[in-house]
Write a new protein. Structure first.
Ligand SMILES: [Zn+2]
Ligand SMILES: [Zn+2]
Length: 284
C-alpha cells in the first residue's frame, strides 16, 4: 500500500517529524511513502523560503537507513504553481534531485490560499462560475507548464467552495476539467487521487470517481494515491479507499517514481498484517 503525498516538519504547516511518520506508516502497513513538502515561490507568502533542501535530503537518507527493510521512501516535493514564477520554478526543480514532483495550485495570487478557511470570503463575494473559473484557469496553466510527475488535488477549489455553493457538481465544470485532464494525458502527467478530501468538507477525494472515469475515457492511465497528511494521525488515511476507487473506475496500476521516472505497479487491495486500520480510515 502506497501513500504518495505526505508532509513532515520540512513543510511550513506541519510539525510531524519524518522518523515519526515513517514509524507510523510501517505500523499501518504502508510499504512506500513519498514525502512531498511544500515549496512556494510567491514572495509575499509566509511559506516561501521555508523549505530547506539539503536538510530534507539528509533526513530522507537517515530514514532510509533506519527503515531500510520496512519502508521505501520517495524524496518528493509539492511545488505550488504560480504563473508569475515559471522560470524560477523550472530552474529550481531541475537543479535538484527529487524522485517525485507534484505540481499543485493553492494560491490565487493577491486573493489568498483557497485551501484555508479564509478562502470562504473569496467564494462568498463571487458566483460559482467566477470563483471556480479563476481556479480552473490556473490549474490548466499548471498542467500545461508540464514539468510535474503528478498534478496534485485537481479540484481542491471544492474544499471550501462546497460550503458556499453546495456539493461539487462535476457536470457543471466538465469543460474545464476535460481541458485539464486531456493536458495531463498528452503530457503523461499522473492524476493524483488525494484522499484528504474525505476528511474535509467535500467528504470525497480530490477528485471524485466521476472525474477519474472521465480521465480514463480520455486515455489517462497514470494515477497516484496520497493522503496529503500533515500529522501522523492521518498517515495513510483513506489510501485504501482511494486505491479501491481507482480500481472501480478502470485503473489497474498506480505509479511509482524513482528519480523522476515513473513505473506502473499493479493495484493490490489485499491486506497484510497491520493494514486493518487503513480500512477504517476513510474519514480519519
Ligand atoms: Zn497541496
Ligand atoms: Zn500537500
Amino acid at each position: 500500500m502506497f501513500d504518495y503525498h505526505h508532509h513532515s516538519a520540512f513543510s511550513v504547516d506541519c510539525t510531524a517529524s519524518m522518523p515519526d511518520v515513517c514509524r507510523v506508516a510501517v505500523e499501518r502497513g504502508i510499504s512506500e511513502i513519498a514525502f512531498t513538502e511544500h515549496m512556494d515561490f510567491i514572495p509575499e507568502e509566509k511559506n516561501t523560503g521555508y523549505f530547506r533542501y539539503d536538510a530534507y535530503m539528509e533526513s530522507v537518507r537517515q530514514c532510509r537507513e533506519r527503515f531500510r527493510d520496512e519502508l521505501a521512501i520517495v524524496a518528493g516535493i509539492e511545488v505550488d504553481y504560480c504563473p508569475d514564477f515559471e522560470n524560477e520554478t523550472g530552474k529550481w526543480v531541475e537543479e535538484r534531485e527529487f524522485d517525485f514532483v507534484i505540481g499543485s495550485v493553492h494560491y490565487l495570487r493577491g486573493k489568498g490560499n483557497i485551501s484555508e478557511p479564509r478562502a470562504l470570503g473569496f467564494f462568498r463575494g463571487r458566483t460559482e462560475r467566477e470563483a471556480y473559473g479563476e481556479y480552473w484557469d490556473l490549474v490548466l496553466r499548471c498542467a500545461r507548464f508540464g514539468i510535474w510527475d503528478a498534478l496534485g488535488h485537481i479540484d481542491l477549489v471544492k474544499r471550501y467552495g462546497t460550503e458556499v455553493f453546495g456539493p461539487f457538481n462535476e457536470e457543471r465544470h466538465a469543460e474545464a476539467l476535460d481541458e485539464v485532464l486531456s493536458t495531463l494525458v498528452t503530457k503523461r502527467i499522473a492524476l493524483e487521487i488525494n484522499t484528504s478530501g474525505l476528511r474535509q468538507p467535500p467528504a470525497e477525494c480530490y477528485p471524485s470517481a466521476a472525474v477519474l472515469r472521465r480521465y480514463r475515457e480520455l486515455g489517462g492511465v497514470r494515477v497516484t494515491v496520497g493522503s496529503d497528511s500533515h500529522a501522523v494521525d492521518h498517515t495513510g488515511a483513506g489510501v485504501f479507499f482511494g486505491l479501491r476507487m481507482a480500481r472501480e473506475t478502470g485503473f489497474t496500476h498506480v505509479e511509482r517514481f524513482r528519480r523522476r521516472e515513473g513505473s506502473a505497479v499493479p493495484i493490490n487491495l489485499e491486506f497484510g498484517p497491520g493494514d486493518e486500520r487503513l480500512l477504517q480510515q476513510k474519514r480519519l
